[in-house]
Ligand binder design. Structure first.
Ligand code: ADP
Ligand code: GLC
Length: 486
């Protein structure tokens, strides 16, 4: 497995959660998984289990691979090359992408494949993620017949660079074609992955359909359609060890479906932590939480339109927001919280502990995404009895069922049109529903019953691996300690 970020070593978004949780889930099914991921600044050390030296773009890069366990049968190898990865940022600094990103991520794939080539027991499948891992299927040609799987987590990030990189990254001009990695006369890393891997997956069934259409295809819909027969949408799971209200160390008191009353302690702690006076009124008022990258993808422009119309001040709700992203959106939330300190609070930054507290303490969770390949927070919310309010798109459609007042079924609130009025009406409906405690309680419990575990999703991946390597993909007996054979 190759991924450019993985929990707990590095994280900017959901890819990190998946890159750690999927290997663990595959291991639980009896497979042995090695994840190669960069060792960025601050990541831990570990025993050296390998080393690679490669020329990229006229430079020689030497790296060690440091082992960190992920769980039984699954390990991470941190690719330690300080020249490339020991920096303040992961992908960029001060809003500007590192100019050597083509080298940094070509090296990630090339080094992982080189390590694989050194092993006495060959790997059966190479599974790579997003544009950063997009060149792996090309470098994997060196391994002979080992099939590659690419998972697309977000088609908006494609890794497109000047074509001068083609020879510098050891690529061949004969692959610089429409059916190869040429994207409007430039080099596309993700496009390489799409065209040269044996199977492609993306992170929800609905997104798999959407990206074959121009509205969501980001210019690659034609390419994806041409590879449609090899594309599968597999919903992400959530890591139940990390995101469990009954054991979450970030909460003041545990809760679950049977002890839902204890969720109130998290609401109180959250209000305190976010500087909102704890009064009978603030405890009773519904809290809408958000934990999100502050970018257009996540619907921040819709929220800005609502803010401009004074809608947040008019609603009888408290808004608690955690996120980083575009400066204009950070500034907007800061401005709103200064104007309405009793009802709006924002934490600008990346903070795991606050993210957990908001999932637990909020009554509702807002994700008005323009597009959403899968989305993890709505699944965390369901588990924490926090009712999601989402746009009906991508993985959000596949995980949140609309509340039906007639039969009391459903787990959240959805709207379709990407338009501030539609979002506002849905927020109002949710707030009105909140007023009826009996109905609300049912809605919460419906959501807490939903099961988005990794085990089911991992089994779907195994089906794909098995299809690609029918003779080779064997399992060790899950209960016993076996050899790496899958
Ligand atoms: P995306 O990967 O598009 O950002 P996901 O919903 O798949 O969206 O995953 C986002 C992950 O990142 C979640 O685990 C979420 O809790 C976390 N996250 C996002 N922003 C922050 C933040 N500012 N602080 C802490 N965690 C965050
Ligand atoms: C991407 C998507 C998000 C998805 C995550 C993990 O960052 O934006 O929807 O949940 O990857 O697959």
């Amino acid at each position: 497995m190759i991924a450019s970020e993985a929990q707990p070593f590095s994280k900017t978004g959901g890819l990190a959660d998946v890159a750690a949780a999927l290997p663990k889930a595959l291991a639980r099914l009896g497979h042995d998984v090695t994840l190669v991921t960069p060792r960025y600044r601050g990541a831990p050390d570990g025993p050296v289990v390998g080393s690679v030296g490669l020329e990229v773009a006229g430079h020689w890069f030497q790296a060690r691979l440091l082992e960190q366990p992920l769980g039984r049968g699954a390990r991470a190898l941190l690719l330690d090359c300080p020249e490339l990865y020991d920096r303040d940022g992961i992908y960029y600094e001060a809003g500007i992408d590192y100019p050597d990103n083509p080298i940094r991520f070509a090296f990630l794939s090339a080094a992982a494949i080189d390590f694989a080539a050194q092993q006495a027991t060959p790997f059966d499948v190479i599974h790579t993620h997003d544009w950063q891992g997009g060149l792996a299927p090309i470098y994997a040609r060196a391994l002979g017949a080992v099939p590659t799987v690419l998972t697309i987590h977000n088609l908006a990030y494609q890794g497109v660079f000047d074509k001068a990189w083609v020879p510098r990254l050891g690529l061949r001009w004969e692959d610089f074609t429409l059916g190869g990695f040429e994207f409007f006369d430039r080099l596309g890393f993700l496009k390489a992955g799409i065209n040269f891997s044996a199977a492609i997956t993306t992170v929800s069934p609905t997104y798999a359909d959407e990206i074959q259409r121009p509205e969501y295809g980001q210019g690659l819909d034609g390419v994806i359609r041409s590879r449609g027969a090899h594309l599968t949408g597999i919903l992400n799971g959530i890591d139940f060890d990390e995101w469990n209200p009954a054991t979450d160390p970030h909460l003041p008191a545990p809760f679950d479906r049977e002890r839902l009353g204890a969720k109130a302690a998290s609401k109180r702690a959250m209000l305190e932590r976010f500087g909102i006076a704890v009064t009978d009124q603030s405890l009773a008022r519904p809290v809408v939480g958000m934990v999100s990258r502050m970018v257009d993808q996540k619907g921040l422009d819709l929220l800005a339109a609502l803010a401009g119309a004074g809608a947040f001040a008019a609603l009888d709700a408290t808004f608690i927001v955690v996120g980083t992203g575009e400066p204009r959106y950070q500034d907007m939330w800061r401005f709103l919280s200064q104007r309405h300190p009793d009802r709006i609070s924002v934490f600008v930054g990346f903070d795991e502990s606050r993210a957990h507290l908001v999932e637990a303490g909020a009554d509702m969770f807002l994700m008005p995404s323009r597009f959403e390949p899968c989305g993890l927070n709505q699944m965390y919310s369901l588990r924490y009895g926090t009712v999601p309010i989402v746009r009906a798109v991508g993985g959000l459609v596949d995980t949140v069922r609309p509340y039906n007042p007639k039969n009391g079924q459903g787990t959240g609130f959805l709207f379709s049109d990407y338009e501030p009025g539609a979002l506002l009406r849905t927020l109002e409906t949710a707030l009105a529903t909140f007023a009826n405690k009996k109905i609300w309680n049912r809605l919460q419990k419906n959501g807490m019953r939903a099961d988005y575990s990794w085990d089911r999703s991992a089994a779907e991946y195994v089906k794909i691996y098995t299809r690609l390597r029918p003779a080779r993909t064997t399992r060790r007996t899950p209960a016993s300690k076996g050899q790496r054979d899958s």
